[in-house]
Structure formats: structure tokens, C-alpha cells
Design a protein around this ligand. Structure first.
Ligand SMILES: C[S@@+](CC[C@H](N)C(=O)[O-])C[C@H]1O[C@@H](n2cnc3c(N)ncnc32)[C@H](O)[C@@H]1O
Length: 350
């Protein structure tokens, strides 16, 4: 159970001071990304010294000594593997490999650019106000308008956000499809709040027999590329959801809304789904009993991000999802896959 102290008094001082400096580390990762260190190491088959990395950084006058301090600091979080001494050499670890661009351009570096962006840090200054006053959204307090409206006007920030979300979504969906085979018997899949159709295209790549309907708001659908076997449809899921599916997917959609909004959306999904149809929900799950694991810390970070950016948005436990889903008529709720980040839940219209 979280909260029970696992530290001695000296360790408590150390742990608390470390926590007070925690903001420094994502900024240090951003510095390494801006200096292109993950891409430089990824292009080499052998570890490099700080000097060799410095020589490959585009631009002039790179301080090898300061680069070495940055690399050593990040190695304390497992970002770089260090070997030898005088000189030390550095290589990527499974973690930092995710920061280097894959062949298809994917990487998690965009998450660091997003989470260290000035507007994100500015928004977090207002976190306590969300606690003090019902209805306060820290992002709106800082920027005077809802987040997506702001992104539509501030295209540079919107670009950072959409790039971070689509990179994250594809990387996590790959892992979901490795561990979950519940789409194999689906004939027609409706992806509600499916964005520009990335989930549908990844699911179809594994199960080509599926016909997919990708449903999102009209202005989002307007930006969606044509994809074979995927029909894009625009509209509001709070009014109605496309019919004709024997399965409906809701991936990281419910966490943006309060229970009333989720109830309305789930009722629309229930009405639209064929009888005996399957509802598939993919979301992070808050632990029923909070602990101090890194998984719990990650989902708690997502939950605070929801509190910071969306009115009523929140992460939920499996029991909270079950209550929401069953209150709209669905039966046989179960968590089909507990993932490290995203879990998969199923329920049926019986
Ligand atoms: C967090 S994103 C998830 C996108 C996608 N499911 C994924 O996994 O990457 C939430 C999605 O809900 C969509 N959305 C928000 N309000 C909507 C509405 N009223 N009707 C349909 N889609 C909506 C957004 O446009 C966005 O694509």
C-alpha cells in the first residue's frame, strides 16, 4: 500500500531531495534529444566515447566534458549504458533505443518535447487551483481556452502534441496487438474516436479480413488519408455512433470524459452495436490499491495530466470501468489483457 514509509530517516531526506530535482531529468533527456545523441549512437554498431559523440553533434564548439556529465547523469536512469574508464564509452539501452528514430520515423522523443514544452510547464503551475475550485482546468487557467482550440490556433504546439500522441499511440498499439487476439473473429469494426484511422490500419494489417469504420469529428476526419478497407465517417459520438459493427473499439477515449459523458457515449455504443456484439476498451488502468511501482507512477502521471488538461478527464480502475460499462447495459465485462501501459477490456451486448 502506498504511503507506508519504506525509507529510514536518512533515506527519506535523500528520496525527498531527489523528488525535488525530478523535473531536471526530462529536461536533460530533452537536451540529449536536441543534441541528437540517441540518433548518433543508433547509427553506430560500437559504443562511442563522449569525444566521438561530441564530434558527431551538428554545429560547432561542443563541450566534451559537459556532454560526458549529461550522459553520466542520464545513465543513472538507465538511459545510456556506460563501460570502461578513461575513456568511458556509451551505448543505447532498450530505453534510449525508443528515443532514436525507427526506420518508419517513430520514436518516443516527441513525448519529452511535449512534456518539457513551456506551455505544459506553465499549465502545471495551476494544478492546485483544480483542487481548490470545482470545474477549474489548469490549461484553460493558463491559456484562457480549451486545449484543442489552443492547438488549432498555435500550430507549432499543436504539431508537437499530435506528433507525440501519434508516435505513442502506434508504439503502444503494436504491443497491444502482440498480446491481444480478440479482433480475430470480428467482421466489421467501428473505431469510435479513432482519430485519423491509425488504429484501424494497424488492426487491419494483422486481420486483413476486417472491414473497418473509423469514426471521429468531421474536422479530424477531413485530415484522414484514404486507406483500403477503411471507411472514414465524421460526426459526434455524443449524438450517435455508426451502426453495422459487430465490434466497437474505444481506445484512450473514455479517459478524456467525466462519468456522465462516458455514460452517454457508452449508451450510444450499446444502441449502435449488433446484438451479441463486442465492446473493446483500451485504456490505462489505475491500480485498485495504489503502490509505489513504476507502473502505478506512470498511470498516476497520466491521471494528473488529465486533471491538468481536460474538464472531467481521468484515469480509472478496472472496477470503475466495469461499473460504467455495466450501467449502460453491457454484460460479461472482463479485463482481457493487463498491459504494462495499456490494458484491454471487453464487454458484450447480450
Ligand atoms: C485521446 S484521442 C484518442 C485517439 C485514438 N483513439 C487513439 O487511440 O490514438 C481522443 C479522440 O476522441 C475524438 N473525439 C473527441 N470528441 C469527439 C466527438 N464528440 N465525437 C467523435 N470523436 C471525438 C478526438 O478527436 C480524438 O481523436
Amino acid at each position: 500500500m502506498a504511503g507506508q514509509s519504506c525509507y529510514t530517516s536518512n533515506e527519506s531526506t535523500q528520496a525527498l531531495l531527489e523528488l525535488s530535482y525530478l523535473c531536471t531529468f526530462p529536461m536533460a533527456v530533452k537536451a540529449a534529444i536536441v543534441l541528437k545523441v540517441p540518433d548518433i549512437l543508433s547509427a553506430e554498431s560500437t559504443p562511442l566515447t563522449a569525444k566521438q559523440i561530441a564530434d558527431r553533434i551538428p554545429g560547432t564548439a561542443t563541450s566534451e566534458a559537459k556532454l560526458e556529465r549529461l550522459l553520466l547523469a542520464l545513465s543513472t536512469y538507465g538511459l545510456f549504458a556506460v563501460s570502461g574508464s578513461n575513456p568511458r564509452t556509451y551505448s543505447l539501452t532498450p530505453m534510449s533505443r525508443l528515443l532514436a528514430k525507427e526506420e518508419n520515423g517513430l520514436s518516443l522523443s516527441s513525448m519529452f518535447l511535449l512534456n518539457t514544452e513551456t506551455s505544459h510547464l506553465e499549465t502545471l503551475q495551476h494544478l492546485h487551483e483544480a483542487v481548490l475550485e470545482e470545474g477549474v482546468v489548469p490549461f484553460e487557467k493558463a491559456y484562457g481556452q480549451p486545449v484543442f482550440q489552443y492547438f488549432a490556433q498555435n500550430t507549432q504546439m499543436g504539431g508537437i502534441f499530435h506528433s507525440a500522441m501519434s508516435n505513442l499511440s502506434v508504439i503502444l498499439m503494436k504491443s497491444v496487438l502482440k498480446n491481444y487476439d480478440g479482433f480475430k473473429d470480428v467482421k466489421v469494426l467501428v473505431d469510435v474516436g479513432g482519430g485519423t484511422g491509425l488504429n484501424c490500419s494497424m488492426i487491419k494489417a494483422v486481420y486483413p479480413h476486417i472491414s473497418a469504420i473509423n469514426f471521429d469529428m468531421s474536422f479530424v476526419i477531413a485530415k484522414a488519408a484514404k486507406m483500403p478497407g477503411i471507411e472514414h465517417r465524421g460526426g459526434s459520438m455524443f449524438e450517435s455512433v455508426p451502426t453495422g459493427g459487430d465490434a466497437i473499439l474505444l481506445k484512450t477515449v473514455l479517459h478524456n470524459w467525466d462519468d456522465t459523458g462516458c455514460g452517454r457515449l457508452l449508451s450510444n455504443c450499446y444502441s449502435a452495436l449488433a446484438s451479441a456484439g463486442k465492446l473493446v476498451i483500451i485504456e490505462c488502468l489505475l491500480a485498485e490499491e495504489t503502490d509505489m511501482s513504476s507502473r502505478s507512477r506512470l498511470v498516476a502521471s497520466f491521471d494528473l495530466a488529465m486533471m491538468t488538461v481536460f474538464k472531467g478527464g481521468k484515469e480509472r480502475t478496472a472496477t470503475q470501468f466495469q461499473n460504467l460499462v455495466e450501467s449502460t447495459g453491457f454484460k460479461d465485462f472482463k479485463v482481457a489483457v493487463y498491459g504494462d501501459v495499456l490494458s484491454v477490456m471487453e464487454a458484450y451486448k447480450i
